[in-house]
Ligand binder design. Structure first.
Ligand code: ATP
Length: 287
């Protein structure tokens, strides 16, 4: 049996710079892996693709991104055998943390190992984008600039050391709807993605905090004021900065000290703003 962890991400910066004819958005994002992860256990079988999970809220059939990834690898490399996958879900679902994409990325890596395909990370990334725009980044992990529709990746040095508090309010956000709404706005205030890259390169935590920005946050916060409330509590409890990740609603705060992050998390729970709360750290690509 092969057991692998699939890590979640947050966005330190998220900008939308264009829209393609096919509806995809051109983005510029700074992605960061965090220490919240699903654990996937894989076994080679002679049969089909089978998924089991402790998570009630996600489909376990052909709609699961694990299924899509395994199926793509089987077809592309004419693998006769199947795979059985058990998913221990810890990453909040439909939350802006790439939970499905990271499971798909992990499944591609596992198939590569289980069936001795000998594919490079780059080859896996090229294939991975067919499943989802965030899949190539999830294969790479760590700190990265993501451009194009998410498939043009530049690896960056690790972000400065800090503690992260992540809170996911009990609301569902449709990524599709958030992007549709952003299409109706003209984006005038673009995040300083280049400055964020410099701050990371200089290991300057204040510089990172100053440039935290996500153009989707305005849209999601308009629909769901709880996101802004969570940010306010994080900031009043000592967070250096706070931002919604992806299309939300997961929201993170950057802290210097773990005790402060924990206290802020407690407060968020007591106020009933979120139940899924994690104190974690940035993770570099090789962990
Ligand atoms: P992103 O940050 O890439 O927008 P997300 O965190 O918003 O991703 P996911 O957790 O990936 O969203 O889930 C989006 C939808 O995909 C869910 O509603 C779920 O039904 C479906 N899904 C399919 N496979 C998975 C999986 N392995 N894990 C989680 N969700 C999955």
């Amino acid at each position: 049996m092969l057991s692998l962890n699939a890590y979640a991400k947050i966005n330190l910066c998220l900008d939308v710079v264009g829209r393609l004819e096919n509806g995809y958005h051109q983005v510029r994002m700074i992605m960061q892996t965090v220490g919240i992860y699903d654990t996937l256990s894989f076994e080679r079988t002679t049969g089909e693709i089978k998924i089991t999970s402790d998570a009630g809220e996600i489909p376990l059939g052909e709609d699961n991104l694990i299924y899509k990834a395994a199926s793509l690898m089987r077809e592309r490399f004419q693998i006769a055998g199947g795979v059985s996958v058990h998913l221990e879900k810890r990453i909040p679902v439909a939350a802006g943390m790439a939970g499905g994409s990271t499971d798909a990325a992990c499944t591609m890596k596992a198939m590569n190992l289980l069936y001795d395909l000998g594919l490079s990370e780059e080859e896996l990334c090229t294939l991975g984008v067919k499943i989802g725009a965030d899949v190539p980044y999830c294969i790479l992990g760590g700190t990265a600039l993501s451009e194009g529709i998410g498939e043009v990746l530049t690896k960056l040095p690790p972000m400065p050391e800090c503690v992260l508090l992540v809170a996911k309010p009990e609301i569902g956000v449709s990524t599709k709807e958030v992007y549709e709404r952003i299409d109706r706005h003209e984006i005038t205030d673009h995040p300083d993605v280049d400055g964020m890259q410099r701050a990371i390169a200089e290991n300057d935590l204040d510089g990172v905090v100053r440039r935290l920005a996500n153009v989707l946050a305005t849209v999601t916060e308009e629909m769901h004021p709880v996101v802004q409330k969570i940010r306010e509590v994080m900031l009043s409890q000592g967070a250096l900065g706070s931002l919604m990740s992806g299309s939300g609603p997961s929201t993170f705060g950057i802290f210097e000290k773990e005790e402060m992050a924990r206290a802020a998390g407690e407060q968020i729970r007591e106020l009933g703003l979120a139940r899924q709360i994690y104190v974690t750290k940035p993770v570099s690509g090789r962990e």
